[in-house]
Design a binder for this molecule. Structure first.
Ligand code: PRT
Ligand code: ZN
Length: 286
């Protein structure tokens, strides 16, 4: 019998849409939506389980699922023996300590002997221990941000994204203790058939991510500036240069990393390039 990868995804929450979108971009089709707990892909040997995010590391550890997508914050907090096989770049957030806005914050030592409310007692406990601070950790499972206003704690340690939840609860962020994003986790003992399928999936994910991080660029360049311009456009191997119908001009095609894009584009224009087109790439295979 040939293997089927079982992949655990968050049913509905901050990880779900981007997870579903990632598989779509990898060309892996499956149905999801209201009430569905399981779905089999119609074109890849995979079965999807839709779960609460907190349950995913445990299901992967127990081997009920082979792979899962979960926030790094949840995976590290739970400390399950699963392996992180890839960072996915979405659902980015940070775990931060926050205190009432009027607090005269002088540094982490301010928390000595104080009460801190959090849903992340392990991450917070480790951080405080590293910093040599002894504080009382109150583990609560939700609405952490209201703890100071109801007198439960003097500080909180919670997930922050835009910061607006802290702001509307009269709190200010004073220390970031962990940065998180969605990660792909795997059980440590995948058999060789499942490992091969996981590798195939990972190859697709990397191709999709590489495409997102790069742009295809087409421009016209005067021949005398070709050396200077192509040096700014290394491309996957080297840029493609073809002559234009107009004498003394060439068309240059290449790939440019998103991070270097604006910096290089100015230098490329300054070197004499014209008619620059920047085109999104759908997949990029190395
Ligand atoms: O129902 P289920 O248990 O599956 O989901 P959940 O409600 O436990 O988790 P969910 O969907 O809220 O978050 C899933 C994962 O998304 C988290 O584990 C993080 O890895 C990541 N993530 C990214 C976030 C946020 N951004 C985020 N902003 N998780 C939570 N928040 C919350 C935070 O707890 C706080 O209440 O949003 C509020 C802060 O947001 P800002 O924008 O106001 O700062
Ligand atoms: Zn949850």
């Amino acid at each position: 019998m040939s293997s089927v990868l079982r992949i655990a995804l968050q049913k509905s929450g901050r990880l779900s849409e981007d997870s579903y979108q990632l598989f779509k971009e990898c060309g892996i089709r499956f149905d999801y939506g209201t009430g569905k707990l399981k779905s089999v892909s119609s074109n890849f040997p995979a079965e999807f389980l839709f779960l609460r995010d907190d349950d995913i590391p445990g299901y992967v550890e127990d081997g009920v699922a082979d792979l899962g997508i979960v926030g790094e914050n949840v995976a590290v907090e739970m400390g399950r023996p699963v392996q992180t096989i890839h960072k996915l770049g979405f659902s980015k957030c940070r775990l931060s300590i926050a205190v009432p806005r009027g607090t005269d914050w002088t540094g982490i030592q301010h928390l000595e002997g104080k009460n801190i409310a959090t849903s992340y007692p392990n991450l917070l406990g480790n951080y405080l221990a590293e910093q040599g601070v002894r504080a009382e950790i109150h583990e609560i499972s939700g609405s952490v941000e209201i703890a100071p206003s109801i007198g439960l704690a003097e500080a909180v340690c919670d997930i922050v994204s835009s910061g607006s939840t802290l702001l509307s609860n009269g709190l200010k962020e004073v220390e970031t203790i962990f940065r998180s994003e969605a990660i792909l986790i795997a059980r440590p003992d995948l058999d060789s058939e499942k490992q091969a399928l996981a590798d195939k999936l990972l190859f697709r994910i990397k191709s999709v991510q590489a495409a997102k991080n790069n742009k295809y660029i087409v421009l016209n360049a005067p021949n005398h500036a070709l050396d200077q311009i192509t040096a700014l456009l290394p491309g996957m191997k080297s840029p493609t240069v073809t002559p234009l119908a107009t004498t003394g001009w060439s068309s240059v095609h290449s790939v440019l990393n998103e991070n270097e894009f604006w910096e290089n584009i100015e230098a490329i224009r300054a070197a004499g390039a014209e008619g620059i087109l920047v085109i999104p790439i759908e997949k990029m295979i190395y």
